[in-house]
Design a protein around this ligand. Sequence first.
Ligand SMILES: [Zn+2]
Length: 183
Amino acid sequence: MSQQVRLRVRPGEKVRFPGRCVACGRPATERQTLTKRRGQVSRRLDVPLCADCARQWSRRSGEEEQLRHAARIAAVAVALLLFTLIAVSLSGLLPIGWVRLPVAAGIALVGGWLTLSALQRRAEAAALPETRAVREAARLDDFTWRDMTLTFANEEIAASVRAMNEPESADGRALSAAVDEAS
Ligand SMILES: [Zn+2]
């Protein structure tokens, strides 16, 4: 059963991990960066992996590789097509080229980017089952300016990450120190 952990970490603060691979629990020697984007903002997090799992993480199946390649070609094609169509269809409305072309280019870039990200998600789904298992061992699900939500496939790893980043323990110590001083 996978386990979700919500940590109080602000941007720039470090998340502590046990020195074990998040996928298999063996001693970790590598790090893998997870990225989560929300609108204009993105957060990154390095998770520990052992050498075998790190290799598995970056291994791509032939099908995944082909789909990624096709995704790039499709994105360029969509962008070019949009650019041409919009540049031509706006020619009556915006006769001046230096206004029309940036508008067309902007829309073309957005269209190309949307195509690329949709097709890349499909490519990721075509990863080998072993690769998927490693990539899903730790996920950065969500974040706000003051916390981060992670999901771990391994409950033990989830529990130790939670314990190592518990803010209550530090707050609790500060509180009891304050109480001691007052008495
Ligand atoms: Zn491992």
